[in-house]
Design a protein around this ligand. Sequence first.
Ligand SMILES: Cc1ncc(COP(=O)(O)O)c(C=O)c1O
Length: 425
Amino acid sequence: MNKTLLARDQEVVWHPFTPLKNAPQPLVVKSGKGIYLTLEDGREIIDAISSWWVNIHGHANEYIAQAIAKQALQLEHVIFGGFTHEPAIKLAENVLSVLPPGQNKVFYSDNGSTAVEVGLKMAMQYWYNRGITKKKVIAIRGAYHGDTFGAMSVGERGGFTAAFSPYLFEVNFIDFPTSANQDEVYQQFEAIVESEEVGAFIFEPLLQGSGGMRVYDHVFLDKLIKKAKEKNVVCIADEVMTGFGRTGKWFASDYLENKPDIFCLSKGLTGGTMALGATSCSSEIVRAFESEDVMKTFFHGHSFTANPIACACANASFELLSKKSCWENIQRIQDSQLRFKEQMTGHPNIRDIRVCGTVCAIELDFKGQTSYFNKSRNHIYNYFLEKNILLRPLGNVIYVMPPYIIEERELEEIHNAIGEFLDTI
Ligand SMILES: Cc1ncc(COP(=O)(O)O)c(C=O)c1O
């Protein structure tokens, strides 16, 4: 008898962030269109989280698909050392045209973690090439920057990193800033940067993603960056999640007066269709690498660096995102999320509800402390799947992060389902 896809999957596939025992079985997806995923059994599910926060224009977007097909028939891949091509050049021009002024060059990699890894390595080698010892790195508690060793080092140390802790480099963490502890956090930051040794400060601007969709004050972040700049600390904005319209502007750093030196980008870069990472940096950083000394080269790259199909895909996504109608949608989603927040504020089962651009996070007052490992997670996840809505809570934090093409009635359907759920617990 032919085995089902699910049975074959369970025999040979290892899924990310998924225990190998007692985990719910994965759902087999046959196709996607717009905000909907169609399962093998014909069920249609609303993708309310843009499939790991990447899919900004909806699934199987025809414009993007055509750009991919055209590029695949023209040039599918070429070694990017010693060769270049139009899709990569055009994408760097596109990205630099919307990043805050002062960004000068784009370095490509494969995903969010590698975009961060490149950002950290650029900052470290910037000091190395200049012959200056500035080894300390500052990060914010609760951060998630990815799963490579550098990215893990600057992320929250806990369940995700425990097995690797002996191998992670030392990082100075400051507390996550809230309205209650800003003075204290500023003092922590000041005390660290006052030492001569600090080379880099990395942060998720405005919104910490995996750490629980936690929003913090951009004015406070501005103050930290200002202080960092006074002390010549390279500021690295991890905009892997916040980039490309998520927070209501092209980049979360657009809300800041003091601009970061390095930007790490991925996820929405290709409209969530193909794997691609990009790290941009200022001319000040570039200058430290412009040397006759070959040992000052940035010795980093990947087999698929600047893959032409991924770059063409990103250029198509960029064109869609540049349309006025797309920004109208972003604004509409933001307004709708704010209305929902207003409506739900004060609900007895909500500990906190917050909106940052197109993202709304609802922290439930449910089954103990707020944490990724909160026991309510599977219950919440299954509840919404049964209602044909994909919401993937971070422990007891439900968040809605839809593709920008979602219609108002569809967003209302998600909001209503959350409202009903809150009334059942
Ligand atoms: C802020 C941030 N940085 C980096 C990453 C890592 O990206 P990737 O999963 O593509 O490696 C993520 C992923 O969720 C993220 O949210």
